[in-house]
Design a protein around this ligand. Structure first.
Ligand code: ZN
Length: 148
């Protein structure tokens, strides 16, 4: 089911999400139905009002469901200028890691491990943070409003 983005002030964006149960494919389907490639490179369940640890990420290898992720920071900190559809008029500078190991369950509930770099690493960290109730606003070193 396609769901709308919750407004930026929603409590759910600030809360740590619950783990997904292995047989819950509904949240995965809702993410797929709500995802709009182009404006989105990642979408997390709390952004569409679901308090579960599940994201949809547009990695360089394709769209990937990321459920119950764990992340290990392997590289060095770099600044990243980020946008988030939950905060449409803001660009934030946040510190990210340039290399991470992401462990997660995919849409078929296979456990996967991926070493990610570049944009893939940034997407994984941004979406992982959403599932912890941490928005880019919370992490921002600086923030600015986009020009219309
Ligand atoms: Zn976001």
């Amino acid at each position: 089911m396609k769901r709308n983005l919750v407004p930026h002030y929603s409590e759910i964006l600030q809360q740590k999400c619950e783990p997904v149960e292995f047989n819950n494919s509904e949240v995965m389907q809702d993410l797929v139905d709500s995802f709009k490639a182009g404006p989105m490179i990642g979408l997390s369940a709390p952004q569409i009002g679901i308090n579960l640890q599940c994201s949809l990420c547009l990695f360089s290898t394709g769209l990937e469901i990321v459920a119950n992720p764990e992340i290990e920071y392997l590289g060095k900190e770099i600044p990243s200028m980020e946008r988030c559809l939950s905060f449409p008029h803001i660009v934030c500078k946040v510190m990210r890691n340039d290399k991470v190991k992401l462990t997660y369950f995919d849409s078929k509930w296979n456990k996967k491990e991926a070493i990610l770099t570049g944009l893939d690493a940034l997407i994984a960290q941004h979406e992982y943070d959403h599932l912890q109730g941490v928005t880019m606003i919370k992490k921002a070193v600086t923030k600015q409003f986009k020009r219309a």
